[in-house]
Ligand binder design. Structure first.
Ligand code: PLP
Length: 396
């Protein structure tokens, strides 16, 4: 069960440490010498419950999750999160206030845009507080407007049932560096954040958030499972909201498998939890704990991002970086060649150098190097050297 250190920069579904996969492969066949694979045992058995509890405990340590928060897991991904966040948060607001207020969306790329569209499609009242395209001279995603530019729009609504944003826009390579002040210091607004592509990549203060949602793929596991961290008071508010309340406010009920209080009461096993997938996630957590935790990982991620951005910035006449410096992603480095005629040559020579997965998202084009937690500094150095060499060899 060996492989070379990966130099694959694909954005997904996942980049995982080799040691984690080696252990997972063994456990898929014979878990803890019980003679069965971890995916074959009942999700209500002692062994499975231990996987769920361990994963929660390890994540609590890694992210320093306060006691008044719950962690739970649901089948699905980021997109199922878009729907369930909207309906659960609407119910929470009605449960607490007896009336509805819109959800506010900070749109900085295609994932936050899709989250907004889904709330709208479900008839959960929602409003775009800003769309960063509107502030860009090319009308493209690639920047985050300053708070002073959108605070007036934000203040137009006195109440929000929640305010949603995506911390790292995987497709466009746009990452929030910190929470906007008007949200971080506002006890009346529940912050809902999609951390699908940057969870555990850097330290964050969980106590500032109402809900954190993250699809497992990319940094923490295989596709198929979504992680949620929720303030316990929100769970209580959702429970207070009755079917009649939903009817009166024209809010759709949440399907039972996505109803957060139901999932939490059943310790994430209301229905069949993909226990192998969760076990892989827990192996990732244990691996990160052993490595020294999120702070150590963050330093490594900073180093990796700096290697790539430095190599690209060194050749401003050759490479184009469409994302503004103050919101460049440390997970997904997006760039194009000034001379598009060289695109094919770049990809071909990169592949020969075993540097793969670099093609940009189909909606954006160009190139994208995804450098999640599992990708080593050595692998990123190889790509940085290639970027530098390619520019030198192909500049006029
Ligand atoms: N949110 C972010 C930040 C993502 O990167 C993705 C997928 O890459 C999603 C949401 C959607 O996730 P899924 O494909 O699991 O529905």
């Amino acid at each position: 069960l060996e492989r070379e250190e990966p130099t694959h920069f694909g954005a997904g579904p996942a980049q995982l440490p080799t040691v984690v996969l080696q252990q997972a492969a063994k456990d898929l066949i014979n878990y803890n010498n019980i003679g069965l694979g971890i995916g074959e045992i009942s999700h209500r058995s002692k062994d499975a419950i231990k996987v769920i509890d361990d994963a929660k405990a390890h994540l609590k340590t890694l992210m320093n999750i306060p006691d008044d928060y719950e962690t739970f897991f649901i089948q699905g991904g980021g997109t199922t999160g878009f729907s369930s966040l909207a309906t659960n948060m609407a119910a929470a607001y009605i449960g607490k206030h007896g009336r509805m207020a819109p959800g506010g969306y900070l749109v900085t790329g295609s994932w936050s845009q899709k989250a907004y569209e889904e709330a709208n499609r479900l008839h959960v009242p929602s409003k775009v507080i800003f769309n960063s395209k509107d502030y860009d001279s090319n009308k493209k995603f690639g920047s985050i407007p300053k708070e002073s530019q959108w605070i007036e729009e934000f203040n137009k609504n006195k109440e929000y049932s929640y305010v949603y944003f995506c911390e790292n826009e995987t497709v466009h390579g746009v990452e929030w560096q910190e929470l906007p002040e008007c949200l971080a210091s506002n006890p009346n607004v529940e912050i809902v954040a999609d951390l699908s592509s940057d969870i555990l990549s850097r330290e964050i203060d969980v106590s500032k958030y109402g809900i954190i949602m993250a699809g497992a793929q990319k940094n923490i596991g295989l596709a198929g499972l979504t992680l949620y961290i929720i303030k316990k008071s929100i769970l209580k508010d959702i429970e207070k909201c009755t079917s009649n309340d939903l009817l009166e406010n024209n809010i759709p009920a949440t399907p039972i498998a996505f109803h957060y209080p139901t999932v939490v009461k059943n310790n994430s096993a209301y229905n069949t939890i993909p226990i192998f997938t969760l076990h892989v996630m827990d192996l990732v957590f244990k691996h990160l704990l052993k490595k020294g935790g999120v702070k150590v990982q963050e330093q490594e991620n900073n180093e990796k991002a700096q290697l790539l951005y430095t190599a690209l910035d060194k050749h401003p006449d050759f490479y184009n970086l469409p994302v503004q410096k103050d919101c460049r992603s440390k997970m997904n480095v997006v760039f194009t060649l000034k001379n598009n005629d060289l695109d094919e040559k770049f990809l071909k020579e990169a592949t020969i150098a075993k540097l793969t997965g670099l093609k940009g998202h189909r909606s954006v084009g160009g190139f994208r190097a995804s450098i999640y937690n599992a990708l080593s500094v050595e692998s990123v150095k190889k790509l940085a050297d290639f970027i530098d060499d390619f520019a030198k060899e192909n500049s006029n």
